[in-house]
Design a binder for this molecule. Structure first.
Ligand SMILES: *[C@@H]1O[C@H](CO)[C@@H](O)[C@H](O)[C@H]1NC(C)=O
Ligand SMILES: *[C@@H]1O[C@H](CO)[C@@H](O)[C@H](O)[C@H]1NC(C)=O
Ligand SMILES: *[C@@H]1O[C@H](CO)[C@@H](O)[C@H](O)[C@H]1NC(C)=O
Ligand SMILES: *[C@@H]1O[C@H](CO)[C@@H](O)[C@H](O)[C@H]1NC(C)=O
Length: 387
């Protein structure tokens, strides 16, 4: 597809000075010509929560995977925000689910390379990355990962790293400028951001979120939760010019309060219905009403279910999306017969200790606990974990 940049170049080299006739309708931005003239914050970006943590053959169909498909497939299907947790492991920065002993989706730099490859192949798309900085990587440590991935030149640089803008550029402007990766990190020591690293945007400087830890379709709310400066105060959140991120995924609470991504209610959770309680469409409409503007981002699990993108398209007024690739058929053959191929007994023991101490290990902590397995006397299905 002809990119806006090459189009601009073409027009310049042809000395076409009056190109008013050439409207942006001829080129799609984020899968629709109708979105080119929209400001980055005026549309809803569909987000894949915990994007690299997949429930497929590569993780033995882990019950704690948040997505069925990898980041590349997500982006090609229309996802425009991908989130991940960053952890330190053996002095490297990895994408892990709570503990790298249990689920390690590889190096942050490798994942960024995957995104870079996709960006290069899709020149009219603006993508957002949201990193949860679980082990407090410094600005320079994170920046080194971006450098290794060769993606720094693709990163959008905000006018200010400490104050959100009142208006964001349009998708068309961002695409023409060639800096199509928006990067937010929760959280960063903003005092250490330098000119060279100012593409790393501190999430809670620019964004507010509703609560993320929901276990019931009836518990979704639009009330701001983080940052605490705007907690439960919609007008303060909106007046601060922060963009809204609407978390919209559920956990199932299993034995010992262990939470895993919920599939039981997924058809409701990811539904585009605007009248069903707990549906993505309903929550988006409700938050739009509360905020007086659309939530800029929404994060979902199993994005292909619903499919969640229908609710987002409805909010964006997109009726004929272009350039999306449908997800491939899902290989579910081995889903119920998963094996413990990447066991790490040490990590399991640590987590069992956490449970004994009264903590609630979240989702990925039990990433491999898919069946009735016993490891050194620990029965992950229940049984004698705590005995
Ligand atoms: C992502 O998944 C698709 C299909 O499931 C596969 O063909 C592709 O190789 C994967 N890409 C990466 C970067 O893992
Ligand atoms: C979900 O919340 C509703 C309303 O508060 C309650 O009636 C229902 O029992 C809850 N469901 C579960 C599974 O906790
Ligand atoms: C969700 O809907 C699909 C399509 O109708 C159906 O095949 C699937 O079983 C449903 N899932 C659940 C958990 O109800
Ligand atoms: C583990 O515990 C579950 C629940 O109590 C039980 O059904 C299962 O048989 C146990 N598995 C093993 C291998 O002991």
């Amino acid at each position: 597809m002809l990119s806006l940049r090459s189009l601009t170049y073409l027009l310049t080299s042809l000395s076409i000075t009056s190109a008013a006739w050439l409207t942006t309708r001829e080129t799609a931005c984020n899968n629709s010509p109708d979105l080119c003239s929209k400001a980055y914050n005026e549309i809803v970006h569909l987000g894949a929560h915990d994007s690299p943590f997949v429930r497929d053959a590569s993780t033995d169909y882990s019950t704690s995977g948040n997505q069925y498909y990898n980041t590349t497939v997500q982006l090609s299907a229309g996802v425009r925000l991908v989130s991940a947790q960053v952890h330190e492991s053996n002095s490297e920065w990895h994408l892990c689910h709570s503990s790298c002993d249990l689920l390690d989706a590889g190096l942050l730099s490798d994942w960024l390379k995957e995104i870079k490859t996709w960006l290069d192949e899709n020149p009219n798309e603006v993508v957002t990355v949201l990193l949860v900085n679980s082990d407090d990587a410094t600005v320079s440590e994170l920046a080194a990962q971006f450098t290794t991935a060769g993606i720094v030149d693709d990163c959008y640089v905000p006018a200010s790293t400490s104050t959100p803008p009142t208006t964001w550029p349009t998708l068309e402007t961002i695409i023409t400028g060639g800096k199509r990766l928006m990067t937010f990190v929760a959280s960063l020591d903003t005092s250490t951001i330098t000119t060279d690293t100012s593409y790393l945007m501190d999430e809670f400087t620019f964004i507010f979120e509703n609560p993320y830890d929901n276990t019931n379709t009836s518990s979704f709310t639009c009330a701001p939760d983080r940052p605490t400066a705007v907690q439960n105060d919609v007008s303060a959140a909106i007046d601060s010019n922060r963009m809204a991120l609407m978390n919209h995924f559920l956990y199932t609470v299993g034995a010992f309060d262990i939470e895993t991504p919920d599939l039981t209610d997924i058809n409701t959770t990811n539904s585009d219905s605007t009248s069903t309680a707990g549906a993505l469409g309903q929550s988006l409409a409700s938050c739009k009403s509360d905020y007086g503007k659309v939530p800029t981002f929404t994060l979902v699990d199993f994005f292909d279910q619903g499919p969640a993108i229908d609710a987002v398209d409805n909010m964006n007024g997109v009726t004929s999306p272009t350039g999306r690739t449908a997800v491939p058929a899902r290989d579910t053959d081995d889903e119920s017969a998963s094996t413990w191929s990447k066991t790490s007994f040490e990590g399991v023991e640590t987590l069992a200790e956490d449970v004994k101490d009264g903590q609630t290990p979240k989702l990925g902590a039990w990433i491999w606990a898919a069946g009735s397995w016993t490891f050194g006397g620990i029965n992950l299905s229940g049984g004698n974990v705590l005995s």
